[in-house]
Write a protein that binds this ligand. Structure first.
Ligand code: NAP
Ligand code: MG
Length: 491
């Protein structure tokens, strides 16, 4: 048997797919309740109007649970409970006491990492290896890191005697649900604020599980409130008169609406919005590493990544080689059951998002772009999109200019550094970029000219709680992570 397997592997040509036996992560012991209520004042309470909406598994289209829909009255209750907790408790205790709660949340999350990862995968469609290897560890990382800051706030801004802002209203998207909740809650609490957070309507489950964990951790009632619902619930939070700070992560379209509605209100605002990252490969780069980096940069999490490197620029001399290697690599990518440990690409988060991505693929074709998709088969049920490459595109192409938020890469070529810097910066966005070259000096020369909040060198999509992350231009303003992420919650 072993001999035969060896022979088969030896016979494989590069680019041929190795068939793996299915290796699904068991979800047998995972408890998902039929119905989830709002988490207000430390308790799970029914919404005033008694309305609920379903959340489904986008890989199977099966309903997972009903989620409470909060309206303005429920949001008002949540803000009042946050204010009460802030005035009477959270602002009175010491930083080290706040830190203890945050350390406790981090440790409990660590103990239950697998459960959170499985639920994240089922509710959102992302591969289990990402949920387990990226989302949940990052969320834990964020709680541990900011727990460490809680008793050192006066050193964060030396000589300024920083104070908490009060009540923070936080609204997050569906691409990294638990991680985004951690990015928002951990620095806010460490700095001494209380929060009202709304997860995205398609992925509320891990935020609600986190609410259960926060309750178990004995965090005082009202310090964290989680209200679920749709866009109008988010609007009720950001426009509530007693919210001191709004932190929003989501689309540029909604971000602009929020900025307009808050103008003159005196509320502090940070916006983490869309992106259209440039990934640049020079002729002197380690090509195989760069190709792997590009695959990661654009197809990771089905391309549902604000900082995705969805615009590839390849120096002319290696363009054909790089394109061929990308196509070869796509042949070996496994797309399917997100709970399978071998899966590289999971399900698109919702039917609505799949329609958006398909529309963009059609736009790309109609604009004269040359489409490449591998012949792989897709599951019958659920929302799926093949990893897609567009060549023969220009700066004027909509697929080059607009954020698609799906597994779609555009490829363009360049000759000189000046040319590629101009191409890369010719976008409304400014969140992320990548540079692949053998020369450190070139990394700095190019990196310094790119108008992006993050520039990765010979890597992509690397994060750490100690390092600030955020955008320029229409990608928003403010930073999350590191000291910058903490000061966003301080007076
Ligand atoms: P979205 O439509 O803007 O929604 C984001 C959140 O805002 C959701 O919870 C949404 O609720 C809520 N919302 C919708 N309308 C609102 C309103 N009028 N007022 C207040 N809240 C409102 O974005 P998305 O489609 O969920 O997420 C994808 C976008 O997020 C992409 O553009 C991506 O680049 C960006 N993103 C940016 C970062 C970053 O760090 N810069 C990170 C991740 C994602 P519903 O779920 O009910 O619509
Ligand atoms: Mg769902």
């Amino acid at each position: 048997m072993a001999k035969k397997e060896n022979k088969n592997i030896a016979d494989l040509k590069f680019g041929a797919t190795i068939e793996y036996a299915p290796a699904p992560e068991s979800n047998a012991h995972i408890e998902i309740k039929k119905k989830y209520e709002l988490f207000i004042g430390g308790e799970f309470v029914a919404p005033e109007k008694g309305k609920y909406f379903p959340t489904i598994n986008p890989a199977t289209e099966e309903k997972l649970a009903d989620i409470a829909k909060a309206d303005a009255t429920d949001v008002d209750k949540a803000v009042k409970s946050a204010r009460y907790a802030y005035d009477n408790y959270w602002s009175k205790i010491s930083g080290s006491q706040r830190g203890k709660y945050l350390f406790r949340i981090a440790r409990m999350l660590q103990e239950r990492a697998r459960e959170f990862a499985i639920i994240e995968t089922m509710d959102g469609g992302k591969p289990i290896k990402e949920a387990k290897g990226f989302d949940v560890p990052m969320a834990i990382n964020w709680f541990f890191y900011y727990a460490g800051w809680a008793d050192k706030i006066e050193y964060a801004v030396p000589g300024k005697n920083p104070e908490a802002l009060g009540v923070a209203g936080q609204v997050i998207p569906w691409n990294f649900p638990l991680m985004m909740a951690a990015w928002k809650i951990a620095p806010a609490l460490a700095a001494g604020n209380c929060v009202v957070l709304k997860p995205a309507e398609t992925t509320s489950l891990t935020a609600l599980k986190l609410a259960e964990l926060i309750q178990e951790a004995g965090v005082p009632p009202g310090v964290v409130n989680i209200v679920t619902g749709e866009g109008d619930t988010g609007a009720a939070i950001v426009n509530h008169a007693d919210v001191d700070k709004v932190a929003f992560t989501g689309s540029t379209r909604v971000g602009k609406m929020i900025q307009k509605s808050l103008a003159g209100s005196g509320k502090k605002l940070t916006l983490e919005l869309g992106g259209k990252g440039a990934n640049i490969i020079f002729e002197d780069a380690a090509i195989d590493q760069a190709v792997e980096g590009v695959i990661n940069a654009v197809y990771f999490n089905q391309g549902h990544v604000c900082c995705a490197g969805s615009r590839l620029f390849v120096q002319e001399g290696i363009a054909e080689t790089v394109l061929q290697k990308l196509k070869d690599r796509l042949k070996t990518i496994r797309i399917g059951n997100p709970l399978d440990k071998n899966t590289d690409i999971g399900a698109i988060n919702s039917k609505k998002q799949l329609d958006t991505v398909q529309d963009y693929i059609n736009i790309g074709i109609n604009e004269g772009g040359k489409l490449y998709q591998d012949k792989c088969s897709l599951p019958k049920k659920g929302f799926w999109c093949k990893p897609t490459i567009f060549t023969n595109v220009s700066q004027a192409s909509r697929v080059v200019q607009e954020e698609i938020f799906g597994p779609v890469l555009t490829v363009q070529t360049f000759r000189t550094i000046d040319e590629v810097v101009e191409l890369a910066n010719n976008t409304y966005y400014g969140l992320s970029a990548g540079v692949w070259t053998d020369k450190g000096s070139k990394v700095f020369q190019v990196g310094n000219q790119l108008k992006a909040g993050v520039v990765w060198a010979n890597s992509f999509n690397k994060f750490d709680a100690t390092s600030p992350f955020g955008g320029f231009k229409e990608s928003g303003f403010g930073r999350e992570g590191g000291l910058h992420g903490l000061t966003a919650y301080l007076k």
